[in-house]
Design a protein around this ligand. Structure first.
Ligand SMILES: Nc1nc2c(ncn2[C@@H]2O[C@H](COP(=O)(O)OP(=O)(O)OP(=O)(O)O)[C@@H](O)[C@H]2O)c(=O)[nH]1
Ligand code: SF4
Ligand SMILES: [Mg+2]
Length: 412
């Protein structure tokens, strides 16, 4: 079965130049994927390989450039490695058995601890003998370690088994499966406007349909224009209506109050991100002042439409809603800026191309920098008057909303 990259666990191999990262990756994958040489700085761009890590399952193995690379190019490579680590489900820090940990290695350990990324230190080149002081250093940091030789192959099989046990095999989170039950009717509202991709549905829509079918519900898919007609044809009211965020205002008006309603983005926010945290971020929307910096972050660099949601619509709606002269930066791709502290608010996309772990790390980075974060779905619903309605199916989000509302003394 083909597994989407964002659903595979990402294992990032990092370490200083010449520690033997590429040799280790080649041993683990059983393929000569990465070039090995005794010239430091051989690996430049990250090398990715999807594979089955038995007994664990599908993973993506990522070999990276050394974390002690030098010069201007070296610094760029280190940034790429940093990004790869931020998106990792598991990190393998490779250290030369004859050396000691240096500040570069310690920084990786500190980062993994801070962002709760599980990791192992692989002491490579054990055939050359292990420096006892290195073991002492690792023990002092309580860093889990394991010795191998990528040259002779000793310890590799055991390492793979160890990694398979350590990679977090999170329980599958439901997108919608826990909100509906057998024979419920679920109505999905999918506007087919200029922004809709030609000839297909987008991933969150497809995933919602598939999961609804898995729990034996009856799915009705309609455009926003036909929603009223669709509802009138049903003998029983639907259990839930889910709409694309961009039609939330119309759908909110068209769906009777006693029928629960939410958006695909809110579902995705719960699935990939942290829905209560995004709701908490709404408080900051009302605290923004003239001249404040707002970051709009998109996790991939899709081709921008003329009236693009992240580049055009959200900035426009945010300025209209706050009536403030905001300075809005739009960043996309895998670059999540390191200067988060310069912003008053982060508005993040749904992150459908990110792993859940990567999205969680971004949320943690925002928290660490003390900057509130919201996502497109929650913000759009809020600015279009569909909060708290679109949050009602989710207890924790509603509880957070009650707190936010009290804090701001909203007159709703
Ligand atoms: N003796 C011994 N040599 C090894 C072992 N693993 C790798 N080497 C050697 O160490 C050197 C560096 O190996 P690489 O795998 O290219 O190291 P790297 O960490 O990917 O290096 P960069 O890509 O430059 O950052 C090569 O000469 C390898 O042959 C090992 O287990 N034992
Ligand atoms: S939600 Fe984010 S990751 Fe998904 S397509 Fe849009 S910009 Fe890319
Ligand atoms: Mg290499």
């Amino acid at each position: 079965m083909k597994v989407a990259q964002s659903e595979r666990k990402h294992i990032v191999f990092t370490g200083r130049r010449n520690a033997g990262k590429s040799s280790l990756v080649n041993r683990i994958t059983g393929q000569e994927l990465s070039i090995v040489s005794d010239t430091p700085g051989t690996t430049t761009d990250p090398v990715k390989k999807a594979m089955e890590l038995l007994p664990f399952g599908p993973v993506v193995i990522i070999d990276t450039a050394g974390i002690d690379d030098e010069g201007e190019l070296g610094a760029k490579r280190i940034t790429k490695t940093d990004k790869a680590i931020a998106e990792a489900d598991f990190v393998v820090l490779t250290v030369d058995a004859t050396s000691l940990l240096d500040p570069h290695d310690e920084k990786i350990i500190e980062k993994c601890n801070r962002f709760e990324i599980p990791f192992i230190v692989v002491i490579n080149k054990e055939d050359l003998g292990i420096n006892y002081a290195l073991l002492e250093q690792l023990d002092k940091l309580s860093a889990r370690h394991f010795a191998v030789s990528s040259l002779t192959g000793s310890g590799i099989h055991e390492l793979k088994e160890k990694m398979a046990k350590l990679i977090p095999d999170e329980e599958e989170r439901p997108l919608i499966g826990d909100l509906v039950k057998q024979h419920d009717v679920v109505v999905l509202v999918v506007p087919i406007d200029l922004g809709a991709p030609k000839g297909r549905l987008i991933m969150p829509q497809v995933q919602t349909i598939r999961e609804s079918l898995d729990v034996d519900t009856i799915v009705m898919v309609t455009k926003d224009k036909e929603l009223r007609a669709a509802l009138s044809k049903l003998a029983v009211p639907p259990r839930l209506v889910i709409t694309d965020s961009q039609a939330v205002m119309k759908v909110n008006a068209d769906v009777p109050d006693d029928i629960p309603m939410t958006t695909f983005s809110v579902l995705m926010a719960r699935y990939k991100g942290d829905l209560p945290e995004y709701v908490r971020g709404l408080r900051r929307v009302e605290e923004l002042k003239n001249g404040d910096n707002v970051l709009i972050a998109e996790a991939c660099s899709h081709h921008a439409q003329e009236d693009d949601i992240g580049k055009v619509k959200i900035p426009r709606w945010l300025r209209l809603h706050t009536k403030k002269d905001l300075k809005i930066d739009i960043k996309n791709g895998h670059d999540f800026p390191s200067n988060l502290g310069d912003y008053k608010l982060i508005v993040h996309c749904g992150g459908c191309m990110l792993t859940r772990k990567a999205m969680q790390v971004r949320i943690k980075e925002a928290k660490f920098a003390g900057v509130p974060i919201v996502n497109y779905g929650v913000l759009i619903s809020y600015m279009h008057g569909a909060v708290p309605r679109a949050l009602e199916p989710f207890e924790e989000a509603i509880a957070m909303w009650e707190g936010v509302k009290t804090d701001l003394n909203f007159v709703l």
